[in-house]
Write a protein that binds this ligand. Structure first.
Ligand code: ADP
Length: 257
């Protein structure tokens, strides 16, 4: 991997189609280490598809993805022009953690076991060390006292905080959040957003698809407004929320604020 890089994550001309449906059209983005980016926009915009394309849950149709300065993937017209070796691919993918709308914890494992699983099985780390780090992470999301519970005994908000701890246990440099609070009852949203705020304050690079405009306003360094597969407008939250330039951004914000 490159020793130094200007952008921790970069996409050039990223497009993605499902059959004849063009969901992403020429997305260009450069993300600096430590930057917090919130992605907002109407349904059908392609927000989760973009996030999922970054960590290869979707395969882009064309474009380039760079991670820490390395060309991770280059595709044109559904053909791979260049990608990295299998080992490098694994290493670069491990730089990204992801949290989904649905937390998908393993139901038959305790909270602690959920957090410990990937570092032990994927990274072959020492269980004792992993356990100590997992307990620290559970502490940081306010759930150390639930370590030995099973997920079904936790609220949705608590489960999502475990899912965040689980992703962090792999020590990613970039966290991708796909509407992590949208499946939660309103009273449970705040605790999850607080965990994300704490993470941002610690300098984590974050890309968050969110409907939480207050969160985006408070925490984002940059807000992207996506519509119809393009980044229609982007800017600092204080500019984009108070003085949107694009009529589509104006209409969207009017409908949600
Ligand atoms: P958003 O949340 O911004 O609406 P998505 O990225 O979820 O955007 O979806 C954008 C569009 O892509 C939607 O029209 C959706 O139906 C379509 N889409 C998403 N995933 C798939 C898929 N796996 N197969 C076919 N169409 C999909």
């Amino acid at each position: 991997m490159s020793e130094s890089y200007e952008y921790i994550l970069e996409t050039e001309h990223v497009s993605k189609s499902f059959g004849s449906l063009e969901v992403l059209k020429d997305i260009n983005l450069k993300v600096k280490k430590g930057e917090v980016i919130c992605i907002i926009g109407p349904s059908g915009a392609g927000k989760p598809t973009y996030l999922r394309s970054l960590n290869q849950l979707e395969t882009i149709t064309s474009g380039k993805i760079f991670i820490k300065g390395d060309l991770f993937l280059h595709r044109e017209k559904d053909h791979t022009i260049a990608d990295v070796s299998k080992a490098q691919r694994k290493a670069l993918l491990l730089e990204m953690g992801m949290c989904f709308q649905r937390f998908n914890l393993f139901p038959h494992k305790t909270v602690l076991e959920n957090v410990m699983l990937a570092p032990i099985t994927v990274k072959k780390e020492h269980p004792q060390q992993v356990q100590a780090e997992a307990m620290e992470l559970l502490e940081s999301v306010g759930l150390a006292d639930k370590a030995n519970e099973y997920p079904s005994r936790l609220s949705g908000g608590q489960q999502q905080r475990v899912a965040i701890a689980r992703a962090l246990a792999m020590k990613p440099e970039i966290m991708l959040f796909d509407e992590p609070t949208s499946a939660l009852d309103p009273e449970l949203v705040g605790d999850v957003l607080q965990v994300m705020k704490d993470l941002a304050a610690k300098g984590m690079t974050m890309l968050c698809v969110t409907h939480e405009m207050g969160f985006a306003r408070d925490v984002a360094d940059r807000v992207l407004f996506m519509a119809d597969g393009i980044i229609a407008e982007e800017g600092r939250p204080e500019d984009l929320f108070t003085n949107p330039q694009n009529p589509r951004t104006q209409a969207f914000l009017k409908s949600v604020l």
